[in-house]
Design a protein around this ligand. Structure first.
Ligand SMILES: Nc1ncnc2c1ncn2[C@@H]1O[C@H](COP(=O)(O)OP(=O)(O)O)[C@@H](O)[C@H]1O
Ligand SMILES: [Mg+2]
Length: 280
């Protein structure tokens, strides 16, 4: 089987002209560096969550999923269930748009930084504090940049690149996806603070949702039971690893550091807890 690329977390194989297989590994990246430690079952957690959400939203927009069980895949994968089960999907090969569509429902992360420095990302007529819910969710698109950090672009840039009709369609889809899944997750005690989508075009130029959706790697998930504004909420993602790296002056360091066993185990537990809350 031909592996065509190895992303930070996923390995991609080409099945034929129209299909790919994506394997979600247990790799973890932080500050754009893939760390020298695996988080046991992280890939399974991400894949099961993403598959759940793709199914849950398939009436909003077509997605790239063709099959999620090993039976639907080439024997290269189905003959090795110990390696590939629950972390492998057969997908439609898409011509990916070189953008990330980030939907934000809360004042946090890079938006908080920008807001503090006086840039108006959102409705500037209102004063916000850290982690406060926005009046309305907003979309902050960025250009995918393989060398490092993705770069924010205004929506007008997308109008000129993709056309107004396609851009508006994507924006509408992004907000519908966010609202639907936000409502579901909040009932289960999880706040989806923000999330990222990637779209592509299929052979017929139809817009298709690709990549992963609503995973802890592509979103900020907060524990609703302890959430309060003004402080950094407890999150079901890599925040724990990021904090450890920062406090040890190892953020963004190359060669990538290894994580101590207690951090690996605690992180694995967070991913598992997230699956239990959302799908369990
Ligand atoms: N259906 C698809 N067709 C083609 N490429 C895809 C599809 N879904 C996701 N991708 C791409 O596959 C890669 C997924 O691997 P990942 O480890 O997440 O990479 P990255 O380091 O770029 O985040 C991403 O570059 C994503 O754009
Ligand atoms: Mg990715």
């Amino acid at each position: 089987m031909k592996k065509i690329s190895s992303g930070k977390v996923r390995d991609i194989y080409e099945v034929d002209d129209s299909n790919l297989v994506i394997v979600t590994t247990d790799r973890i990246s932080s500050f754009d560096v893939v760390l020298n430690s695996l988080i046991p079952q992280k890939g399974v957690a991400l894949n099961l969550l993403s598959n759940f959400w793709f199914d849950f939203t398939k009436d909003i927009v077509p997605n790239h999923i063709v099959g999620t069980s090993l039976d639907s895949m080439p024997s290269y994968f189905s003959k090795d269930p110990d390696i590939y089960k629950n972390r492998t999907v057969l997908v439609k090969k898409l011509n990916m748009l070189p953008y990330e569509f980030i939907v934000r429902g809360y004042m946090f992360g890079s938006m908080w930084k920008a807001y503090k420095s006086g840039e108006s990302f959102c409705d500037a007529s209102k004063k916000y504090v850290l982690a406060e819910k926005l009046k309305h969710p907003i979309i902050t698109p960025s250009i995918k940049n393989h060398e490092g950090h993705d770069e924010y672009v205004p929506i007008e840039y997308l109008y000129s690149e993709l056309g107004k009709e396609k851009t508006d369609k994507i924006s509408e889809v992004c907000l519908s996806l966010y609202e639907r899944c936000y409502e579901y997750a909040i009932k289960r005690g999880v706040i989806i603070a923000d999330t990222k989508f990637e779209f592509g075009l299929d052979f017929n130029n139809n817009l298709v949702l690709g990549d992963e959706i609503f995973t802890p790697d592509s979103s900020r998930f907060w524990d609703a039971s302890v959430y309060s504004i003004g402080k950094s909420p407890k999150s079901y993602d890599k925040q724990f690893v990021r904090d450890w790296l920062v406090s040890n002056n190892l953020d963004g360091v190359i060669p990538a550091p290894s994580l101590p066993e207690n951090i690996v185990n605690a992180t694995a537990k967070i991913y598992q807890e997230c699956v239990n809350k959302i799908i369990g």
